[in-house]
Design a protein around this ligand. Structure first.
Ligand SMILES: Cc1cc2nc3c(=O)[nH]c(=O)nc-3n(C[C@H](O)[C@H](O)[C@H](O)COP(=O)(O)O)c2cc1C
Length: 351
């Protein structure tokens, strides 16, 4: 059980905020096909929430079937941050998450995201403003990387923000065990996550970094003492990881890997939802990155991936789907991978 403020969740594995991924289709797929509960929306800029327009409308129209969802915000001005948090609450978001972790160069250049880990005063002014605006109605969480970099000054700023935010009344903190400077290079430092948990005591901590299997989730919880985890890259194209986590965290054995029929149902459902949200043309483009990751679960992963990448039209993609996910055909057994193959190709390692 995971308790954040007055909210309780049966599953301690949360769908992480993932820019470009954790949209309504991905969140619903995680829930329908994996049994996920809490899912975080991708980070959104406070300014975009406040500006009248298509994007604001999209962000603020959270479906009745899309709960519980956390709304994550990024910005640099406390007043603007608080006003956007208020709009997310009014739109029905179940939790508010403050992003002090994004390492994208443009974001850092505008003094947002991970940059705020170097500015404890402004960071805490943002936390104070958001808590003042919404904490009476919704839990407020903080998402941090374990520091800006490995300098002693960065360590001091991190602790000043953490301690200050706890004193101001945040309901939980998520810690990604990499520094901002590290981006995604090298392993996440789980020991740093354990230190945060020891420091904040009973405040719920969610750990993040290198969680690609239910086994890794259990190990992180055991090794660091965190109350829960957020699944990020490990959940892209693999909603089934949530049901694995539920079983393993409930002390049951790992369920069998998803059958070809289950995989097909998830992909078809994902495509249908993406078509509803983006229209069929754009859905094909949005789905490309997911299909490549879904193919990782298939026993003929590299051929499936090739056909999805080479498909030029919607019909060609559907044809590849029907051919490779024909449940009537005899397939070699489905096996789980510890790390997605495209991340191995990109140099990821858990060492
Ligand atoms: C493509 C991508 C987009 C991300 N977008 C967000 C985001 O919007 N908000 C956030 O707090 N973290 C974001 N993250 C960070 C993840 O939530 C997570 O902390 C990080 O990927 C470490 O977990 P992992 O090693 O298990 O993937 C993103 C990560 C990736 C790879």
């Amino acid at each position: 059980m995971l308790c954040i403020g007055d909210r309780t969740f049966g599953l301690r594995a949360v769908q992480a905020a993932l820019s470009g991924y954790s949209d309504r289709p991905m969140r619903l797929i995680a829930r329908r096909h994996g049994g996920a509960e809490l899912a975080m929306n991708e980070v959104v800029l406070d300014k975009i929430v406040l500006q009248k327009g298509k994007l604001r409308k999209e962000i603020l129209s959270l479906g009745a079937d899309d709960h519980p969802t956390g709304g994550q915000l990024m910005g640099s001005r406390p007043d603007q941050f608080a006003a956007a948090a208020n709009d997310l609450v009014e739109a029905g978001y179940d939790l508010i998450d403050i992003n002090f972790g994004c390492p994208v160069r443009k974001v850092l250049g505008r003094c947002r995201g991970g940059y705020l880990l170097t500015e404890p005063e402004n960071a805490l002014a943002i936390v104070r403003a958001v808590i003042g605006a919404v904490a009476a109605r919704r839990p407020v969480m903080l998402k941090m990387r374990r520091g800006y970099d490995d300098t002693a000054a960065s360590g001091r700023s991190f602790l000043a923000i953490l301690d200050g935010a706890v004193a101001l009344g945040i309901s939980a903190v998520t810690v990604h065990g990499r520094t901002v400077a590290q981006r995604y290079v090298g392993p996440a430092n789980w020991a740093a996550i354990a230190r945060v948990k020891r420091r904040v005591g009973t405040l719920p901590v969610l750990g993040s970094g290198d969680l690609f299997s239910a086994g890794a989730v259990r190990r992180m919880i055991e090794e660091t003492g965190v109350d829960g985890v957020t699944l990020a890259r490990g959940a892209i194209g693999n909603p089934f990881i949530f049901r694995d986590c539920r079983a393993v965290l409930d002390g049951r054995s790992l369920p069998p890997p998803p059958t070809i029929a289950e995989q097909r149902r998830a992909i078809e459902d994902h495509f249908a939802l993406a078509s509803e949200v983006y229209g069929p043309e754009k859905a094909g483009i949005v789905m490309r990155k997911f299909w490549i990751r879904y193919s990782d679960l298939h026993p003929c992963a590299s051929e499936v991936r090739r056909d999805f990448i080479e498909a030029r039209t919607h019909e060609e993609r559907m044809e590849a789907l029907r051919r490779w996910y024909d449940p009537e055909r005899e397939w070699p057994p489905v096996v789980r991978r510890e790390i997605p193959t495209d991340l191995i190709a990109a140099g990821a390692s858990l060492e």
